[in-house]
Design a protein around this ligand. Sequence first.
Ligand code: NAD
Length: 462
Amino acid sequence: MVVKKICGIGAGYVGGPTCSVIALKCPDIQVTVVDVNHEKIAQWNSEKLPIYEPGLDEVVEKCRGRNLFFSTDMRLAIQEADLIFISVNTPTKTFGNGQGRAADLKYVENTARIIAEVATEDKIVVEKSTVPVRAAESILHILRANHKPGVSFQILSNPEFLAEGTAIENLVNPDRVLIGGHDSPEGRAAIEQLAQVYEHWISREKIFTTNTWSSELSKLAANAFLAQRISSINSLSAVCEVTGADVSEVASAIGLDSRIGSKFLQASVGFGGSCFQKDLLNLVYICECLNLPQVAAYWQQVIDMNEYQKSRFSTKVIVSLFNTVTDKHIAILGFAFKKNTGDTRDSPAIYVAKSLLDEGAVLHIYDPKVQEALIMDNLMACSDSHVKNRIHVYQDAYSAVENTHALVLCTEWDEFIELDYEKIYSQMTKPAYIFDGRKILDHTRLQNIGFIVQTIGKRLNR
Ligand code: NAD
């Protein structure tokens, strides 16, 4: 059977771009993206999409109404589809007085129950969400226990490896597509059908097939390895700051070793985003459940190092400002967890901002793609209502830095490199401090202007 209709459940950062690119590359396939969030679907059907991702607007504009549809009618879309992608969120849940943390699969479970209830014909169900290893088994139990007579399901694991900020590029030209399935004639046939969808634009050599559990675990492993590299270089940044070594030089020196490679060795204020910490916690929890405490402890260290890095950076800001930031005005440039996205989930900027608010600072925040409401929601979620008066959100960097004691750079947006720092210096209270949490600025130039500059992994003596 050739796939003619696809239903994508979940219109978020993964489901929206993934389905849009499938629609772009497979004009003969009808793709319908559904979500329980009516407002989000309305935005996908409007000129202002619910997420910012370079190149996404153009893809959606080209396909929407042709073979790409956004809808809240989940039942109809499921009924009509040959193949269903589950791309719902799998956030972290806490349990046991906050001690335990694991993936919350309630949205995946809900989705499986709806599919079972609605499907009147055979379906291929594809896990695109990141899930614990062996989640496909639980999904299959739900489908088989609730399905209509005569309907059968094949379940595949097809994790998504896109990175926010480069999602369209990653989807159009991925390093690999991973498909895991059951080793049976039906399982192999389902893998083949999904592979044929991708073969519309991706060469066969890049489509890697495995058993279901390897595929599920590979996604967690990939994110764990990426996060581990960041925590490793960040751990060395702390050594650099007390020894006089420069972490950028160390990263370049070790990255030249072809066994190590140069990517993902950029020291910073710490990693963020909705995935790294969540997937590490997921891996740690699985290892604990499997009675592998040493393995769990190993991966837990990657998270602990990230927390330490964020705390180290925030403390550096406070200590440098004469050990008190009470009533001091501090500009935070960048609130998204990385450049080229408006996503703030687990952004290090939230940690830094909260630490400064806790110490009594007045914050002036600017991010090119994060709206005021989202910044306020993030900061008010764990703060008391009094701090609201100490948070000010600006529409540009120059307004944000006016009359501030310090500029704290939390996101590596290109526009921050291009700012007129002479002008900024003239606008700030003296002595004027810059804390570069992303190591993107020209520190010597800033020092020559008159700033006191601090960064990660390098002592800047003057
Ligand atoms: P998201 O929160 O942006 O989107 C998830 C969407 O699913 C939401 O719009 C939500 O309303 C919808 N949803 C929840 N339950 C639903 C239901 N029963 N029916 C229909 N819609 C439902 O999340 P995301 O960032 O797109 O991530 C989705 C999954 O992909 C997660 O498991 C994540 O770990 C994984 N992933 C994310 C990224 C990333 O960069 N964001 C990359 C790779 C993998």
